[in-house]
Write a new protein. Structure first.
Length: 123
């Protein structure tokens, strides 16, 4: 078998994959989006509530465990309550501003036309 016969179908596959990947990048316009588009109002409220409550529960849990282990009364409980509240507020901000939707909190590449005007971010 020659390698030349397999090269053309692979090139065609590469072109089709690139086209499909370019169509799969969802534009982020309204802040909070899911993979399929904008989330409903109830979905946004649930996500924000869960983000805040989960951070508080983790902070209070760590504080209680440290207080019990080190026998320091409510010192670590108070400190980690405020740390958990700060983390929860930061998560809510990230959710509301659209950050944190991509892996690693990365911004969209410069060559992606995210506003639909054909300029790829140029004015």
């Amino acid at each position: 078998m020659s390698e030349g016969k397999h090269l053309k179908p692979l090139d065609d596959l590469n072109v089709r994959l690139s086209k499909a990947q370019a169509e799969q990048i969802p534009p982020i316009r309204d802040g909070i989006t899911s993979q399929g588009g904008s989330m409903s109002g109830f979905g946004v409220a649930m996500r924000i509530g869960v983000e805040l409550i989960a951070a508080l529960i983790v902070g209070v849990g760590i504080g209680l465990l440290l207080d019990r282990f080190l026998e320091t009364a409510p010192l670590f409980l108070v400190v980690f309550f405020f740390l958990g509240a700060g983390a929860g507020i930061m998560n809510v901000y990230r959710a509301a501003s659209g950050l944190g939707l991509a892996a690693g909190y990365a911004r969209l590449p410069e060559n992606v036309d995210d506003d639909g005007d054909g300029t790829n971010g140029r004015t």
